[in-house]
Design a binder for this molecule. Structure first.
Ligand SMILES: Cc1cc2nc3c(=O)[nH]c(=O)nc-3n(C[C@H](O)[C@H](O)[C@H](O)COP(=O)(O)O)c2cc1C
Length: 204
């Protein structure tokens, strides 16, 4: 199928067949799509928790307004955003330079530029910036699922303080959005509703 037909094939599924599991190979491909998504400065200020344990999914459903996808899906990919930006810059420089002092020196100007730009953010602003990066990764994961004919549903409908508790997160990390993946139950879809092109786009 073409890229666009994959996108029109996918729906935000409301019910999954809980007997069907996404294979490890397909799961790995979805996670690679997340890993290769572009982010501002390349800092990838997020983490994703992949939940497969039924008892954990039951707890997450309770924190998610009882939405059935959260328990029925094969896997839940819980994206968290991280606001320890300065630490992340250090980690990025370490990774890029492979710990080599000469390489680090060459990266000093880039490091200064990132620090000037991000170092002034408050903790809340840093979280909001990180969340924007999470949503790019979410988009890549959604497209990867469609390509692999995996059904999915993105979800923001959950009490994030409760999810943070379930995942035992530190205060530098905040649950942001969940992607439920699996195989849908054979039920009719809600219609696909989109605003027309002329309403969404202006060619100048
Ligand atoms: C960030 C985000 C959060 C969403 N949260 C929920 C949710 O909590 N529960 C749900 O059933 N659908 C949720 N959706 C799905 C949207 O309602 C759905 O994508 C939209 O209506 C378009 O339908 P389609 O994806 O089937 O084409 C969410 C979608 C996005 C992108």
């Amino acid at each position: 199928m073409s890229f666009l037909s994959n996108l029109t094939w996918r729906y935000a599924e409301q019910h999954f067949d809980s007997n069907m599991q996404v294979s490890n190979d397909h799961l790995h491909q979805v996670l690679e799509a997340i890993r290769f998504a572009p982010t501002s400065f390349g800092l990838q200020p997020f983490h994703a928790y992949v939940v497969n344990k039924p008892e954990l999914k039951t707890q997450i459903r309770a924190a998610g307004y009882n939405q059935p996808q959260l328990e029925e899906a094969s896997h839940l990919i819980i994206f968290t955003s991280k606001n320890n930006t300065l630490e992340r810059i250090e980690e990025y420089i370490e990774l890029t330079s492979d710990g080599n002092p000469e390489e680090k020196e060459k990266l000093q100007e880039y490091k200064n530029m990132m620090t000037r730009s991000l170092g002034k953010l408050t903790k809340e602003q840093a979280h909001n910036w990180a969340k924007k990066q999470v949503y790019i990764a979410l988009g890549f994961a959604l497209a990867a699922c469609a390509e692999l004919q995996i059904d999915s549903c993105p979800l923001e409908g959950f009490i994030n303080t409760e999810i943070n508790k379930i995942l035992n997160l530190q205060d530098t990390e905040d649950s942001t959005v969940i992607l439920a993946i699996g195989y849908k139950k054979d039920m009719p879809h809600r219609p696909k509703v989109r605003f027309p092109e002329q309403e969404l786009f202006t060619q100048l």
